[in-house]
Design a protein around this ligand. Sequence first.
Ligand code: BTN
Length: 319
Amino acid sequence: MEKLISLLGDGCFHSGEELGASLGISRAAVWKKIQALAELGLELDAVRGKGYRLPSTIEMLDKKAIEKHLSADVRKNVGVALHLTTPSTNDEVKAQVGNGERLQVCIAEHQSAGRGRRGRVWQSPFGASLYYSLLWRVDSGLSTMDGLSLAVGLVVVKTLESLGVQGLSLKWPNDILVENKKLAGVLLEISGDPMGTCEVVIGIGINLFLGLEHKKKIDQPVTDVHTAAGRSVGKNKIAGLLTTNLVAMLDTFQQHGFVPFKNVWQEYDAFAGQWVTLSAGENAITGVATGVSDSGAVLIRNDAGITAYAGGEISLRKL
Ligand code: BTN
């Protein structure tokens, strides 16, 4: 499959016959592989008499291109693994725990079982988004992780902003929005010893170029980097810079926690000063969103005063 994709990714059309000859398989076998690609959500450009090619909007993951955007230190100390398809990059990178690396990245073109927060499915068609996970092994226990997911959201915002994406904001705890539409999401999964060595998996999905069919399957307003930047932004560049910036953030976070990131996070707070409802299970709290605490809890002001909430789902209250 990988060879077929790399043949199709050179911008030119290739006939079934030519592809078959290059791969040493029959035209019928080529057709089957093309069907398999369609099942991964990849819609090829197909023109009668010319053949097939990858849509021009797809830039394939490329280790060398990613490495160009890694700092020297990160290039030396962080392993980067690329996959055409995997159930979930979070699971894939977690499987690397045994190899002893402190930091490990896994990125895929497609996920067959991508997941979001709160048990939701994260639609993951081939090449439409960046499916990215970073494994961080840390010895300081769970209690020092407060606010980490907010700091990760901020890194995504700063990275995309440096690449020309404008109008970014953050919806507590870590949705990345443009014009109130979701551009990216973060799923943090922590395992290990609550008092000792933990494995933190930072999963990030960034929409790059969503097709209409894909958008229809998502039950909330969404946007992508191509739309928000008004041009395509290289996937490998995003992946490289994101890795460099995440590692720098983790160094600071490990020493000082969320506090150094709090004020900047609040500058991007999508709901600051607005009436919101925070739902947590059966409970719903209403009030004015007034930023976040030193540990990343959302602050809601109402008749009861200002209260910090560490969990729940926040939404704008329709007045
Ligand atoms: C959310 O907003 O609900 C979080 C979405 C996180 C999606 C990413 S894609 C890479 C990684 N692998 C997964 O299965 N999920 C995360």
